[in-house]
Ligand binder design. Structure first.
Ligand SMILES: NC(=O)c1ccc[n+]([C@@H]2O[C@H](COP(=O)([O-])OP(=O)(O)OC[C@H]3O[C@@H](n4cnc5c(N)ncnc54)[C@H](O)[C@@H]3O)[C@@H](O)[C@H]2O)c1
Length: 367
């Protein structure tokens, strides 16, 4: 069976990730694309000249009889499109994060439950071989675990104003924690799938020209007293290494996500941990999406996975605004985490970052 597909949102991740993966997978046939920006459509059509083009996704949905849609949209736009796609019985592959606010994420998750159908979140990093290697190694370390993940990306390049504008829009309308951190929460949930009990985070803005914080330092605690520390850094002129360290009572694991090299030390015996470095696994993601469409069953990166990541990153955002640890119950009580427009949040972050310029923030750690 060939799966006919429409791509909605033709920006950076669509052009460099989704489109090449779709074109090299014979199970899919791209028939239509949509973007509000005609220049983006023109760019896609240079790689896929046969496809129909639309500037309005509602018109595409009304006219095209596709099996599936890929949504590569900003998260403040995508939930409404995803719900409508599910109503049209299209299978959906939806870029992470699944929404910009928890309220929207919950609304979408409810729609997935009520409408049924196939809905998969674009957590493309969870398919990496190194994620699986770490998952296999973790039981030998014992519990409770102390997991540290540091991710530095989106390097500040003053000559690339298009990149800067795109990242500043993400920071303004959502957060680096929700965009980048959601990947981390997702793949750590494969290693340690227990409920979280609290999240505390500090956010820092390293330039007044930015639209919100670009550095995050978050600590998430789990019911078994394991702890996850996440550091996210965007828009730095040079990027420190992106690393994973897991320490347990029986041993430790270290992995450099960029070089793909690390080691596991259990009971004083050290073994190398070598895996392809942190690169998106587009082909595996599309294999999983095709299998979900053919079986009608989403086996990975479900709406529950997407919502879990969104809850944790929303708790981190709320913690950074309030300066206190946030529990799952606090999220239920707080309108700004579950309902308010995120722009309100980013202005609150800015005052937090001026506190950091006055010396209240811990210095940035470089490895
Ligand atoms: N999976 C990954 O590793 C990964 C990597 C990068 C980005 N992303 C995610 O993908 C999403 C998009 O990121 P991007 O970097 O491609 O951003 P982008 O800004 O380059 O692209 C978004 C596109 O959506 C279009 N758009 C906005 N509103 C629209 C609407 N109503 N109808 C049709 N098109 C509309 C914009 O014109 C733009 O071309 C974000 O949520 C981001 O977090 C994921």
């Amino acid at each position: 069976m060939t799966i006919s597909l429409a791509l909605v949102g033709c920006g950076e991740v669509a052009q460099n990730g989704h489109l090449p993966a779709i074109l090299r997978n014979p199970q899919f046939k791209l028939t239509a694309v949509c973007d509000i920006d005609p220049a983006r459509l023109a760019s896609i059509c240079r790689q896929a000249p046969e496809v129909a083009t639309y500037t309005d996704w509602r018109t595409l949905f009304a006219r095209e009889k596709v099996d599936a849609v890929v949504l590569a949209l900003p998260p403040e736009v995508s939930p409404e499109v995803a719900v409508m796609a599910l109503e049209k019985k299209f299978a959906v592959l939806d870029e992470k994060p699944m929404a910009a606010t928890l309220a929207e994420g919950r609304r979408l998750q409810r729609a997935v439950t009520e409408l049924g159908g196939v809905y998969q979140v674009g957590f493309v990093l969870r398919y990496g071989q190194w994620v699986e290697r770490v998952r296999q190694a973790i039981p030998s370390l014992g519990t409770p675990l102390s997991i540290s993940v540091e991710v530095y990306d989106e390097r500040l390049d003053p000559t690339d104003q298009e990149h800067l504008a795109r990242i500043l829009a993400f920071i303004q309308n959502s957060s680096a924690m929700t965009h980048e951190g959601s990947h981390v929460i997702d793949y750590v949930s494969l290693w340690h799938p227990l409920p979280w009990t609290s999240a505390s985070a500090r956010a820092q803005q390293t330039s007044p020209a930015f639209t919100g914080p670009n550095l995050w330092n978050a600590t998430i605690e789990f019911v078994d007293h394991s702890v996850l520390n996440v550091k996210i850094g965007w828009l730095l002129p040079t990027l420190p290494p992106s690393t994973v360290t897991v320490v347990g009572p029986e041993g430790r694991l270290d992995f450099d996500c960029r070089t793909g090299r690390g080691h596991i030390d259990v009971g004083g015996v050290e073994q190398p941990l070598v895996a392809p470095p942190l690169t998106p696994s587009w082909d595996r993601q599309y294999e999983a999406f095709a299998a979900a469409i053919q079986t009608g069953h989403v086996a990975c990166a479900t709406s529950i996975d997407g919502l879990r990541a969104l809850e944790v990153t929303a708790a981190c955002e709320l913690s950074a605004r309030r300066g206190v640890a946030i529990t799952p119950d606090d999220l239920e009580d707080d309108a700004s985490a579950t309902g308010d427009h995120p722009l309100k949040a980013s202005s609150a972050f800015r005052s937090e970052s001026s506190a950091s310029r006055n010396g209240d923030e811990e210095p940035r750690r470089r490895k």
